[in-house]
Write a protein of this length. Structure first.
Ligand code: CU
Length: 131
């Protein structure tokens, strides 16, 4: 009887802790939009560089909407889950090499609004703001 109670208390403590942790992640994803680095445009094509290692940097990139874009994700000894990149809007999902670069093509039509990328677990994210 007692062990059951202890187990159920422990389980609810973990669940509550998890919910708080999740809730605390949301605002930090939004408020980093102030000083967003801007993507470089070379010969009508846009290049965005993001480094994946213990998260993504920069977290927010400002880009021009409606032009073909290459998202270049670099890894450098990345053995955490940020090497597992998911971009829901592009139906993109790939586990990158621990060190290297990966070019992800974004068509002019896809370069609209905010494009969000996540790690495989959804704990790290980055945003490309096409405007
Ligand atoms: Cu993760």
């Amino acid at each position: 009887m007692n062990t059951r109670l202890i187990i159920s208390l422990a389980v609810s403590a973990v669940l509550i802790g998890w919910a708080f942790w999740f809730a605390s992640l949301k605002p930090s994803a939004e408020d980093s939009g102030a000083a967003a680095p801007t993507a470089a445009i070379v010969d009508g094509k846009q290049f965005i560089d993001i480094t994946a290692k213990g998260g993504y940097s920069p977290r927010v990139v400002a880009a021009k909407a409606g032009i073909p874009t290459v998202l270049r994700v670099s890894t450098d000894g990345t053995f955490d889950c940020s090497a597992s990149v998911v971009i829901p809007k592009l139906s993109y999902q790939k586990i990158l090499q621990p060190s290297g670069t990966e070019d992800i093509e974004i068509s002019a039509e896809q370069a609209q609004g905010t494009l969000q990328g996540l790690c495989g677990m959804g704990m790290y994210n980055f945003q490309i703001k096409f405007q």
